[in-house]
Design a protein around this ligand. Structure first.
Ligand SMILES: [Zn+2]
Length: 96
């Protein structure tokens, strides 16, 4: 408990859980989807965009599970366009 530890730092250490399989993963293995303050849901390649984020593993099965179960829509309280899933799938194909 040093006086140099700002509260914000603690908040950022929430575990990042995949909406597809429900497992926690290190941040870089997850793709971030963000709902911007304007209410637009999009893929966030930087992982730093403003807004509410949800995560999915960079794995086809997790992305497809998330799509089927509308996990992002529930996590972000906003409908998610099919194109977003296409983008995520493209992203995980590029990593393999
Ligand atoms: Zn997963």
């Amino acid at each position: 408990m040093t006086k140099n530890a700002p509260e914000q730092k603690v908040k950022k250490r929430r575990p990042r859980t995949c909406v597809g399989c429900g497992e926690e993963s290190p941040k870089r293995e997850l793709l971030r989807v963000v709902r911007t303050p304007e209410g637009i849901v999009c893929y966030d390649p930087t992982g730093k965009a403003n807004g509410r984020g949800a995560y999915v593993c960079a794995r086809r099965e997790c992305i497809e599970a998330a799509k089927k179960r509308r996990s992002f829509a529930r996590a972000l309280n906003r409908e998610v366009p099919d194109e977003l899933f296409d983008e995520l799938l493209k992203r995980c194909a590029a990593d393999e």
